[in-house]
Design a protein. Structure first.
Length: 256
């Protein structure tokens, strides 16, 4: 789903500035917003009941180096999402789905603050049926409702989505989990639901895109400086269970 935008050229010839179609008081980088909308469209096509998480990733001074705030980190987000992919696969008790499940994401890099440090705004799109309980995992409810099941699976290290993000960021930065958790920020509306075909779908969509369009704002972007400023992906986190055909018991009913 897209809403038409009117744009004017930025100083960078490869980008243009538009009025934000979801909030007319602000502007956006046109192709950044189009990228966010495209990731949403792909995720919504895969998950009619969609859970969208927004969070920020920051860099500690110990990693940046106070004298070198612009040190190259070309593969930092690649390492982060590879770790997050692995942790989600290991930590969540997925329902049995007939289709593969993917970790759809988009991120943007900005620079700002008193020390002009890089930071990242991230949106992750997942299946509400598996990840829709705010920042908890389905395991959190299993502790109360299925204690025997929990004991049988005690060898598996279940974590919440938030914990997976914090530990993945720590892994990408090569710091301990406590330090990593301090550099991850979730807003009070970190998880939003969009259910395709529901009566509230249009309102849910517009509210979500108004929330995500913040990532496309031109302020604080250093396009073309110190690596990429936007990235997307959809790695596999769950392989579909192939249903085996039931054996036909009537084939030999006359073979006596």
């Amino acid at each position: 789903m897209k809403i038409n935008k009117l744009g004017s050229k930025m100083s960078n010839p490869h980008f243009s500035i538009s009025l934000n179609p979801y909030n007319k008081h602000f502007t956006v980088i046109t192709n950044y917003l189009s990228t966010i909308e495209s990731v949403y469209d792909k995720a919504q096509a895969e998950y009619p009941r969609l859970a969208v998480f927004r969070f920020d990733l920051r860099l500690p001074d110990s990693v940046l180096g106070l004298d070198n705030p612009n040190m190259p980190r070309a593969d930092l987000m690649k390492r982060f999402f590879a770790s997050l992919q692995s942790k989600l696969k290991a930590s969540f008790n997925f329902r049995k789905h007939i289709r593969d499940q993917h970790l759809h994401y988009v991120w943007v890099k900005e620079s700002g603050g008193q020390k002009n440090k890089d930071h990242y705004h991230v949106a992750v799109f997942l299946n509400k049926d598996d990840f829709g309980i705010s920042l908890k995992s389905r395991y959190s409810d299993m502790v109360k409702t299925q204690p025997r099941m929990v004991r049988r699976r005690a060898g598996k290290d279940y974590k919440s989505f938030k914990e997976c993000v914090q530990e993945a960021w720590a892994s990408a930065l090569n710091i301990d989990n406590h330090q990593g958790a301090q550099q991850v920020f979730f807003s009070t509306t970190a998880c939003r639901w969009v259910t395709k075909g529901s009566l509230a779908f249009k309102d849910e969509y517009i509210s979500l895109m108004a929330h995500l369009s913040y990532m496309a704002k031109p302020q604080s972007k250093q396009i073309g400086v110190n690596g990429r400023c936007i990235g997307t992906g959809a790695p596999l986190i769950y392989r579909a269970v192939k249903r085996q055909p039931k054996p036909c018991l009537c084939a030999n009913k006359y073979d006596l």
